[in-house]
Design a protein around this ligand. Structure first.
Ligand code: CA
Length: 230
């Protein structure tokens, strides 16, 4: 996990750096709002731990500027007597806050909750060469050409896209797309793959849906020479 700590109090920095390093985290530190804002904007951190009271630019301004550009998870550090800072922080898009003084275990629990939340957010779009798939509108394109797919064909394409570059066996595909787990049904997969391939690869290049003899299928962009040999 890669973290940024934006905090000006040496003791707190030292305490956090030591604890987080022991957890195997990579930690960057900024001791004022200017540096914090700069680092948070140019690097992609898993979490930013952001103090409200900072020299230069205050934490709430850093948060507002960061939110205009990206959705990096942010935990605000606030003083016990500054309830309005917590409210404003959450309004400005902070994901969580901790009241000083806080225990390291409490911070760790919040960090874990935030990164778990982040990880469960599956991508909603896939791009592979000029194939584009939108899982929300359930549409697919090759370049600017819309590909007309049935619900099952789209489900099959989505499974292949989620596992792009991995060889999926017919049995695995049957389980994920049709919820079947009998090898005897794998001809259903063969037929569906054939139809899907005709739609997404027919007349387009590069070819993306490949058969791995005896192993299964893989969705990936290969170099043209190899693709045209199939
Ligand atoms: Ca401070």
């Amino acid at each position: 996990m890669k973290l940024l700590i934006v905090e000006d109090e040496a003791k707190t920095i030292e305490y956090l750096q030591k604890g987080l390093a022991e957890q195997g985290c990579a930690v960057d530190v900024a001791t004022n709002g200017y540096d914090g804002r700069h680092l948070a904007l140019v690097h992609d951190y898993d979490v930013v731990v952001l103090d409200v009271m900072l020299p230069g630019v205050d934490g709430l301004t850093v948060l507002r500027d960061l939110r205009r550009a990206k959705q990096t998870p942010v935990i605000m550090l606030t003083a016990r007597d500054r309830i309005e800072d917590r409210v404003r922080g959450l309004q400005e898009g902070a994901d969580d806050y901790l009241v000083k003084p806080f225990s390291f275990l409490e911070l760790l629990a919040r960090l874990q909750a935030l990164t778990r939340r982040g990880r469960t957010q599956e991508p909603t779009q896939f791009h592979l060469a000029n194939l584009q798939i939108d899982l929300i509108s359930r549409k697919a394109w090759r370049g600017s050409t819309r590909i007309d797919l049935t619900a099952k064909e789209f489900a099959l394409l989505a499974v292949l896209a989620r596992h792009q570059g991995e060889i999926l066996s017919k049995t695995a595909i049957a389980e994920m797309v049709w919820d079947m787990n009998f090898d005897s049904h794998t001809n259903v997969v063969e037929v569906a793959i054939k139809r899907l391939r005709a739609k997404i690869d027919g007349g387009f290049s590069p070819k993306l849906l490949h058969t791995m003899r005896g192993m299964g299928y893989v969705l990936e962009a290969r170099d043209e020479v190899e693709a045209s040999a199939e």
